[in-house]
Design a binder for this molecule. Structure first.
Ligand code: ACM
Length: 541
C-alpha cells in the first residue's frame, strides 16, 4: 500500500509490517499533541482501535505510533519509519509531523478514510519502510469561490479535510464578488443582509438561455469564519481571505449604493448580480469607499491571522471611472496619468494599510497595471507573464495560470462533460503543469512561493459539481505542488495513473464525487443546452 499521492522524496522498503491492535498506543511528544489528537480521532473513527495515549516514547512499543519533533529537519519536512519498534513520525515542526500523519493514513489503506469501522475483522498494518519527504513549495493552494455559489460551512470544512489529505496548505477563500458577499461584517450589516442574496441565477455558461428562478445565497457569520480558520489551522492550512476591490464589487454596491460611481449611474437601482462575466459596476475611488473598506479589512484582520490578505484587483473595467467627474478629479488631484494608475493608487492604498498592520497584500496579476504596489505579491492567473514580470521586479508570486490550473475548465474533450466550458485540461495536462517557467533565473524563481488550483463556481451549483471538477485533477495538482518531479515531458504519468488506482479507493471512502476515468456517471451528465460545449471563454471572462 505504498501508492502514495503526492509521491514522497524517497521510500526504502523493508520486510515485515507493524500491526496496529487494540493494545497499540499513540505517543505524541512535546509540540505534537495537536497532530496526535487529529491522528487519534481520524484513526479511531476508521479502525475502532482505541489508540490509547502513551506516556513516554518507549510506551508506543513495537505496535504503536510515535510522533515527535526533530529540529534537524526543515519546517514541513518529515521522516516516517516503520520497523520493529513501531511507527515513528518525526517532523521539523508540527506541520511536518502532520504531513507524515497524512502519509501514515494513506499507508493504512483506503478504509482508513472511513468515518466508522466496517465491522469486519481486519488487520491494520503498516509495511516496514523509511520515508523521507518534504514539499517542493511552501504555498500549495486551493482557491474556492463561494461567492458565485455559496457553499455551506460543513462543506467548506470537508474541503479543508480533502486539502489536508493531499498535503495542500493554503486555502484561498474567495468571499466576495458581484454575485454575493459571504462574510459577516459587523459594522456594515447590509453587506450580508442585502449582498448575500440574489433573486435568481443564470444556469450554466453566461451564453445559456436558462435561469434558475429562485433566490440563492448565504454567508458565514464571524463565528463560522473563526471555526473555519481554527479547523484549517488544526490541519496546518492557512486561510487567505479574498475581499475584492475595486472590481467584482456589485454585491457590495447593491448593499451600499454610495460605494459605486453615483455620478455615472443610479447605483440605487443595482441588485446583486444574477449572471456571469466581467461587471462594469466598480467601486468609486472616494475617501468614503477607502474608509468603508478599511473597516471591512479591520474585521477581516481580526478573523484571519494569515500573513497575506488577498484584495482581488482583477477585471476592473475603467469605463465608469472615465465617465465619472469624481474619479477624474481624483486622477488630477493625485497627478496620475490615467485610470490604470488610479487602480494602482487604490491597490497601493490597501498595500500600505495592510503593511502598516504587519500583513502583506496579494492580488491578481492586474495589480501590475499602472505599476506594482510596493511589497505586494501576485497571483499570476492570466498565464505566466504577470508572474514572470512580478518575480523579476522582486515580488513574490503564486503561479495559478488559467490555461493550466483553473479547475472549472472541462477535463475531457468528449460531449459528456457536465461543465463544458473553457479549455480542455485533462488529468495528464494538470500532471504536466510546471509552476516555475523556464524564463526565470534561479534567483528570480525563488520568488515563486508556490502554486494554486482555482475553483470558480459559476457553473458548479453544489458540492457534488465542485467535487467533479476538482477531482481527480487536484490529486495531480497536489503532486505538482508537493513532489519534486522531472520536467513536464519526462513525468511518469503512467506511474501516477497506477498510483491513482489506489487513490480512487481513498476518494471513494471519503465520498468524493470525482470524475471517473471512463467519464461522468449518468447522474453527473447535463443534457441539452447545459451539456452542449461552449466554445469560447469561461464564464468569468
Ligand atoms: C480571475 O480569474 N479573474 C482571477
Amino acid at each position: 500500500m505504498t501508492e502514495l499521492i503526492p509521491a514522497p522524496r524517497s521510500i526504502v522498503s523493508g520486510s515485515g509490517e507493524v500491526r496496529l491492535t487494540a493494545h497499540s498506543q499513540l505517543y505524541a511528544d512535546t509540540g505534537t499533541q495537536g497532530v496526535g489528537h487529529w491522528l487519534r480521532t481520524a484513526l479511531r473513527q476508521a479502525t475502532g482501535l482505541p489508540l490509547r495515549e502513551g506516556r513516554e516514547p518507549g510506551d508506543a512499543g513495537g505496535d504503536g505510533i510515535g510522533l515527535q519533533l526533530d529540529p534537524g529537519l526543515g519546517p514541513e519536512e518529515y521522516r516516517l519509519v516503520s520497523d520493529g519498534n513501531g511507527v515513528l513520525i518525526e517532523g521539523g515542526s508540527p506541520a511536518g509531523v502532520f504531513w507524515g500523519a497524512q502519509t501514515l493514513r494513506q499507508l493504512l489503506g483506503p478504509d482508513a478514510y472511513r468515518r466508522a469501522p466496517l465491522g469486519r475483522d481486519r488487520a491494520w498494518a503498516v509495511p516496514y519502510l523509511t520515508i523521507r519527504d518534504a514539499p517542493r513549495f511552501r504555498w500549495r493552494g486551493l482557491m474556492l469561490d463561494v461567492a458565485r455559489h455559496f457553499m455551506r460551512k460543513d462543506d467548506v470544512l470537508r474541503c479543508l479535510d480533502l486539502m489536508a489529505a493531499h498535503k495542500l496548505n493554503v486555502f484561498h477563500f474567495h468571499l466576495t464578488d458581484d454575485q454575493g458577499w459571504r462574510i459577516q461584517i459587523e459594522r456594515h450589516p447590509r453587506l450580508t443582509e442585502i449582498g448575500s442574496w440574489r433573486a435568481r441565477t443564470k444556469t450554466g455558461h453566461r451564453a445559456s438561455p436558462l435561469w434558475e428562478e429562485k433566490p440563492h445565497g448565504g454567508y458565514y457569520t464571524q463565528d463560522d469564519i473563526r471555526e473555519i480558520v481554527a479547523y484549517a489551522a488544526e490541519r496546518h492550512i492557512t486561510v487567505v481571505p479574498e475581499i475584492d476591490v475595486p472590481g467584482h464589487s456589485q454585491a457590495a454596491i447593491a448593499a451600499y449604493p454610495e460605494l459605486g460611481n453615483t455620478d455615472v449611474i443610479d447605483t440605487t437601482a443595482l441588485s446583486v448580480w444574477d449572471t456571469w462575466g466581467i461587471n462594469p459596476n466598480v467601486l468609486a475611488p472616494t475617501d468614503n469607499t477607502l474608509r468603508f473598506y478599511e473597516g471591512v479589512f479591520e474585521e477581516v484582520l481580526e478573523l484571519f491571522p494569515s500573513e497575506f490578505v488577498h484584495v482581488g484587483g482583477d477585471e476592473c473595467p475603467k469605463d465608469q471611472w472615465r465617465r465619472s467627474e469624481t474619479a477624474q478629479a481624483r486622477i488630477r488631484e493625485l497627478g496620475l496619468a490615467d485610470e490604470d494608475e488610479l487602480q494602482s493608487w487604490f491597490i497601493g492604498h490597501f498595500d500600505a494599510w495592510l503593511t502598516a498592520r504587519g500583513r502583506r497584500l496579494i492580488g491578481w496579476d492586474e495589480i501590475l497595471q499602472g505599476g506594482l504596489a510596493k511589497g505586494a505579491a501576485v497571483s499570476s492567473w492570466r498565464g505566466y507573464a504577470g508572474g514572470i514580470a512580478a518575480a523579476r521586479a522582486g515580488h513574490d508570486v503564486v503561479m495559478c495560470p488559467e490555461q493550466q490550473v483553473y479547475l472549472d475548465h472541462r477535463q475531457d474533450p468528449g460531449p459528456d462533460e457536465p461543465v463544458p466550458i473553457g479549455w480542455v485540461r485533462t488529468l495528464e495536462d494538470v500532471y504536466r503543469f510546471e509552476p516555475v517557467p523556464p524564463e526565470l533565473t534561479p534567483e528570480e524563481a525563488r520568488h515563486v512561493l508556490g502554486t494554486q488550483a482555482n475553483v470558480w463556481t459559476e457553473v458548479m451549483e453544489d458540492p457534488a459539481r465542485v467535487d467533479y471538477q476538482t477531482f481527480p485533477r487536484l490529486a495531480a495538482f497536489a503532486e505538482v505542488a508537493w513532489s519534486v518531479l522531472p520536467a513536464p515531458a519526462e513525468r511518469d504519468f503512467a506511474g501516477f495513473e497506477r498510483r491513482m488506482t489506489a487513490h480512487y479507493r481513498r476518494l471513494d471512502a471519503l465520498g468524493v464525487a470525482y470524475r471517473p476515468p471512463a467519464g461522468p456517471l449518468p447522474w453527473q451528465r447535463r443534457p441539452g443546452v447545459l451539456g452542449r460545449p461552449i466554445d469560447g471563454p469561461p464564464p468569468h471572462r
